[in-house]
Design a protein around this ligand. Structure first.
Ligand SMILES: Cc1cc2nc3c(=O)[nH]c(=O)nc-3n(C[C@H](O)[C@H](O)[C@H](O)COP(=O)(O)OP(=O)(O)OC[C@H]3O[C@@H](n4cnc5c(N)ncnc54)[C@H](O)[C@@H]3O)c2cc1C
Length: 394
């Protein structure tokens, strides 16, 4: 029997590389088409709840990544103005025992590198840097992806893992536009020795009306990733735009000096603008489907963007494995298994952002709940999120 053409994966980010690895584990070959000239590791901090770490374990990547990640003891929530601790939500051994995998925090570059190293060692995966997907065409038998340079590659299915600004999405749902939410995420990674109070082995969350700051250790605690999420009317598609430090600090006036004094010493900040996408009417058409941010971009308030792309990768490879001669059927099943969960996480993330940024008097009610409800109870409310298994659809 002739070997089927490879699965084409547009985008060699977190989801695309994870999908290639998952497919290889089922014996299926793939070609990863990445627009960048090199598969460079970019970004800063990324959080990996137990649901994401479990995927990395199954892909055989968790072990290599482990020396580089942080495994914070807790999420510590502060009033951003007074620095008062409002709640301590357990992570560490508590969440690892509850969900069978740890809660890790990583540098996105380290995660990307670990996935890339595993991909490079896998003969069933071929990597095509410098291939910017410009158009695609499908027939009963196959799908053809054409680059901006005019090269065409044939596959048995095509997966749009090409992120928030997906060009594959244009073929699936051309009329649904992304919506700027009026906020940006500004980030830096700083040596732990210079991070003062931010160097604690926790995920620190500092809340003020309209803005919050998150920090956590990466690179085995040697560095601290810090991100400021605040209202700002700056729009752009770049993940690495240089942030104006004076403008950033003008927005940080409300935060406690414990934070701002450390942050003032950081020379360079980068930012990206936050966009949402309404739920798409469909993710798939024939043997073409979308995954990760291309299908369901996440606002960063639940820290699940990378994790949901990892979950998608496992489910899509399971579906393609279950329907080896029916890629269109596999795409339909994937969408049916993932849509509800993705929409739920998107909605919860949006809601969480609203709660973080509340102003008085509503923020007083929020803070009272945080102070009074035990941290273990608060964390138990996220069992549906962190306890995900490949068979779950919620
Ligand atoms: C450079 C960069 C830096 C990031 N930094 C952070 C961060 O610091 N913190 C954080 O929480 N999240 C960050 N993210 C986002 C985060 O990685 C994703 O939200 C999440 O991992 C979902 O993954 P994904 O695979 O769907 O998309 P991504 O990981 O965004 O990957 C999409 C990939 O598709 C490629 N691509 C796009 N268009 C085309 C095309 N036409 N043809 C071929 N390839 C294409 C992109 O170059 C990219 O490699 C970053 C994303 C990128 C691309």
């Amino acid at each position: 029997m002739a070997t089927p053409p490879p699965i084409l994966i547009a985008g060699g980010g977190i989801g695309g590389l994870a999908l290639a690895l998952a497919l290889a584990q089922t014996g299926r070959s793939s070609t990863v088409l990445e627009q960048r000239e090199a598969f460079v590791a970019a970004g800063a901090g990324i959080q990996l709840g137990p649901n994401g770490v479990r995927v990395l374990q199954r892909l055989g990547v968790a072990q290599a990544l482990r020396p580089l990640v942080g495994e914070p003891e807790a999420i510590r929530v502060h009033d951003g103005r007074t620095a008062r601790t409002l709640a301590t939500l357990p992570l560490g051994a508590w969440i690892a025992a509850r969900h069978g995998a740890p809660y890790s925090v990583a540098h996105r570059g380290d995660l990307h590198d670990a996935l890339l190293a595993a991909v490079a060692a896998e003969p069933r995966i071929s990597l095509r840097p410098g291939f910017s997907l410009a158009s695609l065409a499908q027939s009963e038998e196959d799908v053809r992806a054409t680059s901006a340079g005019g090269e065409t590659i044939v596959g048995s299915a095509l997966v749009g893992a090409d992120g928030l600004w997906s060009s594959v999405r244009q073929s699936v749902c051309p009329t649904i536009p992304t919506q700027f939410v009026g906020a940006t995420a500004t980030r830096a990674v700083i040596p732990a020795a210079e991070a003062g109070r931010l160097a604690a082995p926790v995920v620190g969350l500092w809340l003020t009306p309209g803005a919050h700051i998150v920090h956590y250790p990466v690179r085995a605690g040697a560095e601290i990733a810090v991100v400021v999420i605040a209202r700002e009317d700056w729009q752009g598609r770049d993940w690495e735009a240089e942030a104006d430090k004076a403008a950033l600090f003008a927005r940080l006036g409300d935060f406690h000096a414990d934070l701002t004094e450390v942050m003032a010493r950081v020379p360079q900040w980068r930012k990206w603008a936050l966009y949402r996408l309404p739920p798409l009417p469909r993710w798939s058409t024939g043997r073409v489907t979308l995954m990760g941010d291309a299908a369901h971009p996440m606002l960063p308030y639940l820290a699940q963007g990378g994790v949901l792309a990892l979950e998608d990768a496992l489910v899509l490879s399971d579906c393609l494995d279950a329907h080896p001669d029916d890629e269109a059927g596999a795409c339909r099943e994937f969408e049916a298994r993932r849509r509800r969960r993705a929409q739920r996480v998107q909605a919860m993330s949006l809601r969480q952002g609203r709660i973080y940024h509340l102003a008085p008097p509503l923020s007083w009610a929020r803070d009272a709940v945080l102070r009074l409800v035990p941290g273990t109870w608060l964390m138990a409310g996220y069992d549906w999120l962190y306890g995900w298994q490949t068979g779950s659809t919620r």
